[in-house]
Design a protein around this ligand. Structure first.
Ligand SMILES: Nc1nc2c(c(=O)[nH]1)N[C@H]1C(S)=C(S)[C@@H](COP(=O)(O)OP(=O)(O)OC[C@H]3O[C@@H](n4cnc5c(=O)[nH]c(N)nc54)[C@H](O)[C@@H]3O)O[C@H]1N2
Ligand SMILES: Nc1nc2c(c(=O)[nH]1)N[C@H]1C(S)=C(S)[C@@H](COP(=O)(O)OP(=O)(O)OC[C@H]3O[C@@H](n4cnc5c(=O)[nH]c(N)nc54)[C@H](O)[C@@H]3O)O[C@H]1N2
Ligand code: SF4
Ligand SMILES: [Mo]
Length: 714
């Protein structure tokens, strides 16, 4: 039976899988035991790649809106429609009238990751949005100012650390994020086996807290207070010692000063963590042989996302754990896209309606609806979505959904007609993960071991590769019409990349598309690999454990780690105000992820929805009793932004006062063509999240800690 090796692109873990093909059926995807990084691990989603491939609802032709409904069309008809409708909008209203939203899978897809930037630059719009502003932008922001580059994100050296402090992450379910570490359960178990300690801070009891040595149920949105108090203790106890790093650090005295008000006693009330525990956590971390602090989505998509992301690394630096084995380290990827050599800066421009600063070239998706609905010069009239479902994934989804209906023209690159693409005038589908080559350009930059793995497409596709689709769109927006010469455009893009990377283009003439782009990046990378080298290693190349990279990795103006950049510390007064805010007994909403679910888009696969996903509102028994809520009954949950009815699950894993509803559901809306998902519809929790609540610095949406009211429905 023929089989092939592929790298799974569904989440950040980059597992190697073996897929088996019988005739025209893909019968199985299982973990590849020979993979140098994942060693045979697979999760339910990876195992569902064959189901995704054969899903009858997945699009196999473009769709074009005719007489109000989306009908099948040829590729030529679809591009002709885009040329006819998009060009006039651009010509008449300028580049900002066309917005782009790139979703999460766009990062895990070589075509969109490598050819998206050329298209977005060609459009030239400031209305560029991604799922980053409902996700990790605060970490780019803090890294940008601390280390000079938004992609210099330290990752915990999980395989060597003796003490790991995890805040706002549930890697046993998410399989790790901003930490590429396949089979994280095994890695965390090994930490225990070598006598190390795992401490988890999370308002919910989770699969990760279950295997932890210690769990602290923090009040949502107060992690910055906890970390500041730990910093306070480090100084007070004389434990703030960056060690060998000291000569590369500016701003330590400022941090000491800023931490003064945040004593363990002062933060104990708001965080719900006892002062004695906080003191002990700080001391144990500082005294551990090695330690790493790691924060994820629960720390970025909350009120103090950037301050928390910053303090995570402040603690890493002050305890001497940054950039040393067993601490928090900078990966050294084999291939990286061309990067700016200038130090990071944000706020180079501001959004039209709300005046929010740009970060990393992006505007906050929380304001996309405002930009569509507010008339005036620069108003968004057309939208291109690329692998994204903002109608489900972004805050105040109700308002954004209305706005999507008001656009003059919308194009979606998507493999389904879902809650977002149902609004499109043209949908362009792409091949499945089994029909395209893969190399995880983005995620190897965050891997806990340096690895490189190229896997060719397991199967041929009837659909054009999405890089060709993107170049054809680039042809349209640059006025070359619907039939631009894609190969000539590819030559141009590759030539430009080769020049910026200092690679001789004649060395890569035998390749095209993403293969050539990747070859250029590998050749200019630190290991001087070529794509041909990776082709001889179907299970990947292990480039070894992480190595110290300071000072070379630093790109700040001073050439040092800026521990107290003004751009970040300017938000400390807002945090100090949270110390005295009265606890008025209000209920707050947080999210939740399930193992067999992937944001909003894998609910159409029977093997996954059969599993343990449950779109319920988890409520603590005390709250349920007080509010008259019954397990299995319906509750009405409301916020400033909206109101939903959702099934109640009385659950002891939550702290009182906290309600948890997973995001990514609500599939029973008109026009959606994911028929399995519709039967397991659930409700869209982002109807409740509020587009006005942002992390003040980065504009990232607050998705955890939303004030809500809960009552029995009806
Ligand atoms: N309340 C709340 N909201 C959240 C979060 C939360 O924790 N709580 N998490 C946030 C986070 S971290 C993220 S990343 C976002 C995700 O938000 P989005 O990126 O907007 O949404 P996804 O659900 O990932 O949807 C991906 C879309 O891409 C399509 N797709 C999948 N593969 C391909 C492909 O190969 N090609 C093309 N063209 N399309 C493809 C799918 O059909 C789907 O429509 O959600 C965010 N929203
Ligand atoms: N199975 C599965 N895997 C996924 C995804 C998926 O949808 N399903 N999505 C992928 C994506 S796009 C991402 S970005 C990653 C995210 O990866 P993770 O960050 O590991 O994701 P979550 O499981 O949402 O874990 C976040 C945790 O933060 C907690 N939390 C909420 N608010 C707070 C708070 O204020 N403080 C603290 N300390 N904790 C808080 C929640 O209870 C939750 O346990 O997962 C990726 N992997
Ligand atoms: S953990 Fe992530 S990369 Fe690994 S099989 Fe599951 S979805 Fe794929
Ligand atoms: Mo994400």
């Amino acid at each position: 039976m023929p089989s092939a090796t592929v790298t799974c692109p569904l989440c950040e873990a980059t597992c190697g899988l073996r897929v088996t093909v019988e005739g025209d059926r893909v019968t199985e995807a299982r973990g590849d035991p020979e993979d140098v990084f994942s060693h045979g691990y697979v999760c339910p989603k990876g195992a569902s790649l064959p189901a995704l491939h054969h899903d009858p609802d997945r699009l196999r032709t473009p769709l074009v809106r005719r007489g109000g409904s989306l009908v099948e069309a040829t590729w030529d008809e679809a591009f002709a429609e885009i040329d006819a409708r998009l060009r006039p909008i651009l010509a008449e209203h300028g580049p900002d009238s066309v917005a782009v939203y790139a979703g999460n899978p766009a990062v895990h897809n070589l075509s969109t990751a490598l050819y998206g930037p050329a298209l977005y630059r060609a459009i030239g719009t400031k209305n560029f949005y991604t799922a980053g502003t409902v996700d990790q932008i605060p970490k780019h922001f803090s890294s940008g100012y601390l280390f000079g580059h938004p992609f210099s994100i330290p990752v915990p050296d999980v395989d060597r650390t003796q003490h790991l402090l995890v805040l706002g992450a549930n890697p046993l379910v998410s399989n790790g994020s901003l930490m590429t570490a396949p089979n994280i359960r095994k890695r965390l178990r090994a930490l225990g086996e070598r006598g190390g300690k795992l401490v988890v801070v999370d308002p919910r009891h989770t699969r990760t807290t279950e295997i932890a040595d210690e769990h602290h149920a923090i009040r949502p949105g107060t992690d910055a207070l906890l970390l500041f108090a730990m910093v306070n203790v480090l100084f007070a106890e004389g434990l703030a010692e960056p060690g060998e790093l000291a000569e590369h650090v500016n701003g330590q005295a400022e941090v000491r000063e800023l931490a003064q008000p945040f004593t363990p006693e002062a933060v104990a009330g708001p965080t719900g963590i006892a002062a004695g525990d906080i003191r002990r956590m700080a001391v144990e971390l500082a005294r551990a042989e090695s330690a790493a602090v790691y924060g994820r989505i629960g720390t970025t998509t909350q009120s103090f996302g950037t301050l928390t992301s910053w303090l995570v690394d402040v603690v890493n630096v002050l305890t001497g754990n940054l950039d040393r084995p067993g601490g928090a380290m900078f990966p050294q990827p084999a291939a990286a896209p061309p990067a700016s050599s200038r130090p990071f800066r944000h706020g180079r421009w501001h959004t039209r309606v709300r005046g929010l600063p740009e970060v990393f070239g992006e505007a906050p998706v929380a304001t996309l609806a405002d930009e569509i609905r507010t008339p005036g010069e620069g108003q968004v009239r057309a939208l291109l979505t690329v692998c994204g479902n903002p109608a489900v994934s972004s805050p105040n989804a109700g308002k954004l959904t209305e706005a999507l209906g008001e656009l003059d023209f919308m194009v979606s690159l998507d493999i389904y007609v879902n809650e977002t693409s149902r609004h499109a005038d043209v949908i362009l589908p792409g091949p499945t993960p089994l029909e395209r080559p893969h190399y995880d350009i983005a995620l190897y930059q965050l891997a806990v071991r340096n690895v490189a793995n190229w896997t060719p497409a397991a199967l041929e596709s009837d659909l054009p590769q999405e890089w060709r689709t993107m170049l054809r769109l680039t042809g349209i927006v640059t006025g070359q019409g619907p039939d631009a010469d894609v190969d000539a455009l590819d030559e141009f893009v590759a030539g430009d990349t080769a020049k910026r990377k200092g690679v001789d283009p004649s060395a890569v003439v035998d390749r095209t598309g993403p293969e050539r782009m990747l070859d250029i990046m590998l050749r200019s990378g630190p290991y001087e690999l070529t794509l041909a080298d990776l082709e001889t290693a179907p299970h990947g190349v292990d480039l070894g454990p992480l190595r110290p990279r300071v000072p070379g990795v630093l790109n700040t103006a001073s050439g040092r780690i800026e521990l107290a950049p003004e751009e970040i510390t300017s938000d400390v007064p807002r945090l100090a105000a949270a110390l005295t805010r009265p606890r008025n007994g209000e209920m707050v909403l947080i999210g939740r992820r399930h193992l067999s679910s992937n944001n909003s888009w894998m609910h159409n696969l029977e093997p996954l929805v059969r599993g343990s996903n449950r779109c319920t509102a988890q409520v603590h028994p005390d709250d349920a009793g007080r509010l008259g809520l019954r397990d299995g009954g319906l509750a009405t949950v409301s916020s400033r932004a909206g109101k939903i009815d959702v099934r109640v699950e009385v659950a002891t894993e939550l702290s009182p006062g906290v309600v948890s509803i997973p995001h990514g559901w609500g599939h029973d809306v008109d026009g959606v063509r994911t028929f399995v998902a519709a039967e397991h519809a659930g409700v869209n929790s982002n109807i409740l999240t509020d587009e006005q609540l942002l992390d003040a610095l980065s504009g990232t949406a607050v998705l955890n800690g939303i004030p809500i009211e809960v009552a029995p429905a009806g």
